[in-house]
Design a binder for this molecule. Structure first.
Ligand code: PEP
Length: 256
């Protein structure tokens, strides 16, 4: 079945030097803990990839960019392309995070273009979708999330879609300490999988769907126990190697 994925999102935290120290602290913790049933990943600033690449590879931790340009190259000052990320050591890239949508005006069309750019450069897109609190209060959460999903995967070859990872992140739960109940998170992840199945058939069973939003060592077990939740996209708790290890252990226990 689907291997759980524990994916950190460091956002704009840590310098490259601090990132190397994080890996050095994580190494002995991880080596004394079984983790063969879990995939691990860190989404880090683009400036950190080269500094982290070798140590992360030795640990078996994949690296992701946190964003990429929809363009492949050109006069786009400040942007980072998919080929730059891949060449610097990323295998994945986070696309459409709610902070990008909110603070950088990323529309569904831009997110879709970025998913395509990720594919062109051989990067697995971790596609973030999620409703605002007002959408949930209005009973529109599922509509909003499924519309984001469909828009982002629009135009992607059906057979490639299964290489995308979906991260369901209710916006009101990100960085707030409020977590969706395991039942609500499961209901949404199941709706996402059902929607994927209508377009991609049984490939939908291979697509990993993560939950994100204040996941931490205290709530991870109940979330991973849900049949359609295949891991987590974790912000705050991923900054601490011990907390990240606890999340890894919970995923390992769940999968074994
Ligand atoms: C995130 O950044 O995607 C996230 C889920 O953050 P946090 O775990 O801090 O809520």
């Amino acid at each position: 079945m689907r291997t759980p994925l524990i994916a950190g999102n460091w956002k704009m935290h840590k310098t490259p030097r601090e990132a190397k120290a994080w890996l050095a602290a994580f190494q002995p913790l991880l080596s004394s803990t079984p983790h063969d049933h879990v995939d691990l990943l860190l989404g880090v600033p683009a400036t950190h990839l080269l500094a982290m690449r070798d140590d992360a590879r030795d640990l078996g931790v994949a690296l992701a960019g946190q964003d990429l340009s929809q363009h492949d190259q050109g006069a786009y000052t400040g942007e980072v392309s998919g080929s730059m990320l891949a060449d610097a050591g990323a295998s994945h890239v986070i696309v459409g995070h709610s902070e990008r949508r909110a603070y950088h005006a990323e529309t569904d069309a831009i997110v879709a273009a970025k998913v395509q750019a990720a594919r062109r450069h051989g990067l697995v897109a971790i596609l973030c979708i999620g409703e605002q609190e007002r959408d949930r209060d209005a009973g529109q959460a599922e509509n909003v999330v499924l519309n984001q999903l469909r828009a982002a995967l629009e135009g992607l070859d059906a057979w490639l879609a299964h290489e995308v990872v979906i991260a369901y992140e209710p916006v009101w739960a990100i960085g707030t300490g409020r977590t969706a109940t395991a039942e609500d998170a499961q209901a949404m992840c199941a709706a996402i999988r059902t929607d994927l199945r209508t377009r991609h058939g049984n490939l939908a069973d291979e697509i990993r769907i993560l939950y994100g939003g204040s996941m931490n060592p205290g709530n991870v077990a109940s979330l991973l126990a849900q049949s359609d939740i295949d891991g987590g996209l974790i912000g705050g708790a991923s900054l601490d190697p011990e907390a990240f290890l606890a999340l890894t252990q919970a995923a390992q226990e769940h999968a074994s």
